[in-house]
Design a protein around this ligand. Structure first.
Ligand code: ZN
Length: 515
């Protein structure tokens, strides 16, 4: 454990302990667990090296201007022993429901997603799978935590400086094994929910400026949301498209500390990467389903809204039972979509991404059996649901890299969903009905699918590589621990419990022998 200096004025009385990435790397190399970072269940040095070499070859083709290649070339770094990593940060609920920040690292490479693994036909030698399955304790590495307190901003900046220095030290100096081979880690991106990106990236433009005047813009990638540049425009020739990553206009209030890490030349904003899970499953997906379920309820028998929803709910629950799908919610009501009256825009009121996935499947199943000729909104909704469901299915059944053609197809389907959404929003607006609300997160979906649709390289990283559901699971676990230990030394105690849990899971996975 490393101890961070405590800046003056920070209310937290305990020690600011952290586990450096260098310490994690040292542990993984010394105890023969490096293979975990390459997605292999057992050590196989030659295969690990082949996988990492292939990762970097593809990454260089995809992002030749990434500064990491300057470092690799100048320092003569052996990429076959260089693991690609992501930094994640987010707040869970700690002691007395106060925020509890957890920062952790993970490798891009892991043991796949459940869907990709179940549909896998080939097992290539240089397999590069997403880092999803298995206990998060075995492939997420907690580095620093912080309870929300007075003047915690200073302590947070201290944590970011620690993370940056630690990551640079490991990249340049590495960790040696007993044969003198050097192992290193490169932190390539920072991800998390939008709030964390704003904090870590000192972002001047984000969702929180949506209502502000003058219009500052809502997106650190582009000028969407500024005057005459509507973020609600989902068309491929929207005004914001031409304002992406403008060189003369950086979106930072002050230069973020983390940008001292190698990043994409000319695309510094993209170091703080958006994620599909927040923007679809917990964003646009909820807005879309809110409107579709509202329209579906109108077709149900019943003299009032509650009765109609009760009938829709029965249909949903019996579908889930028959299809053997966990419904994740107890039923459907007007509260599920926050729809007290027709003047309010419906929007999903659930907080589990799984609920969005399940409801999408239900909506497709139900609408495919209905005669929608008299209902242009629902027939467009059906097409929109089908294309998005297909796009997501492809992503979840894929591995870390997407072939150009697959990426373009997924991108086109995502853009088709957005185009239909825009049409439905316009139709509803002109008919003076409050449906298909626009939110900043929908714009983020637009960036993600546009990048896929415009893929020019042979391979592109699956956007699920930056999706944070597994990391949020980890944040939830750490926050639960933080509620059970003494608040006086909560940082140290959470770190100790993390180490204990990691050890137990490494033993369980067969990576380590029990003591
Ligand atoms: Zn944008």
């Amino acid at each position: 454990m490393s101890r961070l200096p405590k800046p003056p004025g920070v209310r937290y009385r305990g020690d600011l302990d952290a586990i450096s990435l260098s310490s994690w790397c040292n542990f993984l190399v010394t105890y023969g667990c490096w293979h975990v970072l390459t997605g292999l269940a057992k050590p196989d040095p030659l295969r690990e090296q082949a996988i990492l070499s292939e990762f970097w070859a593809r990454y260089r083709t995809w992002k030749p201007h990434h500064q990491i290649f300057r470092v690799i070339d100048a320092e003569g770094i052996d990429v076959s022993r260089l693991a690609p990593f992501v930094l994640h940060g987010d707040e869970g609920r700690g002691y007395k429901k106060q925020g509890f920040l957890v920062c952790s690292f993970h490798s891009y490479l892991g043991q796949g997603t459940e869907l990709a693994n179940s549909s896998r036909k080939k097992r290539p030698y240089k397999a590069m799978r997403l880092n999803y399955v298995g206990s998060s304790w075995s492939h997420r590495f907690v580095t620093a935590t912080l309870p929300k307190m007075f003047k915690d901003e200073a302590a947070f900046q201290e944590i970011l400086t620690f993370i940056k220095n630690d990551a640079l030290d490991l990249l340049y100096n590495g960790v040696s094994d007993s044969d003198g081979n050097k192992y290193r880690i490169a932190v390539l991106q920072c991800c998390g929910d939008w709030q964390f990106l704003v904090k870590a990236g000192n972002l001047a433009r984000s969702f929180s400026s949506v209502e502000k005047r003058p219009r500052r813009g809502i997106c650190h990638y582009c000028h969407a949301g500024q005057l005459h540049i509507p973020f609600e425009d989902f068309s491929t020739n929207a005004a914001w498209v031409r304002t992406q990553f403008a060189r003369d206009d950086q979106p930072f209030v002050t230069r973020p500390t983390l940008l001292d890490l190698p990043h994409e030349e000319g695309y510094a904003a993209r170091f703080f990467t958006f994620d599909l899970w927040h923007c679809w499953h917990l964003g646009l997906g909820k807005a879309f389903l809110g409107s579709v379920l509202a329209l579906m309820s109108e077709r149900m028998p019943g003299g009032n809204i509650d009765l109609r929803f009760s009938n829709l709910s029965d249909k949903f629950l019996s579908w889930a039972e028959e299809a053997k799908i966990t419904p994740y919610i107890g039923g459907l009501s007007k509260e599920t979509i926050q729809w007290p009256d027709k003047k309010s825009y419906p929007n999903g009121h659930w907080n589990k991404g799984h609920t969005t996935t399940t409801l999408m499947k239900f909506v497709v199943w139900y609408l495919q059996r209905e005669d929608l000729r008299d209902d242009p909104l629902l027939s467009k909704s059906l097409e929109a649901a089908v294309v998005m469901d297909e796009a997501l299915h492809t992503l979840y059944s894929s591995d870390l890299w997407l072939d150009k053609n697959v990426a373009r197809e997924v991108g086109q389907k995502g853009l088709r969903h957005l185009a239909l959404y825009q049409q439905m929003a316009a139709t509803s607006f002109h008919a003076k009905t409050a449906l298909y609300v626009f939110m900043p997160k929908s714009h983020v979906c637009n960036h993600i699918f546009l990048e896929l649709a415009e893929c020019q390289t042979e391979y592109i990283l699956n956007p699920l590589a930056h999706s944070v559901q597994v990391d949020e699971d980890m944040v939830g676990r750490c926050s639960r621990v933080s509620r059970r230990v003494s608040p006086l030394q909560v940082v140290k105690r959470v770190m100790q419990r993390c180490l204990r849990a990691t050890f137990a899971h490494h033993v369980k996975c067969g990576y380590l022998n029990a003591l």
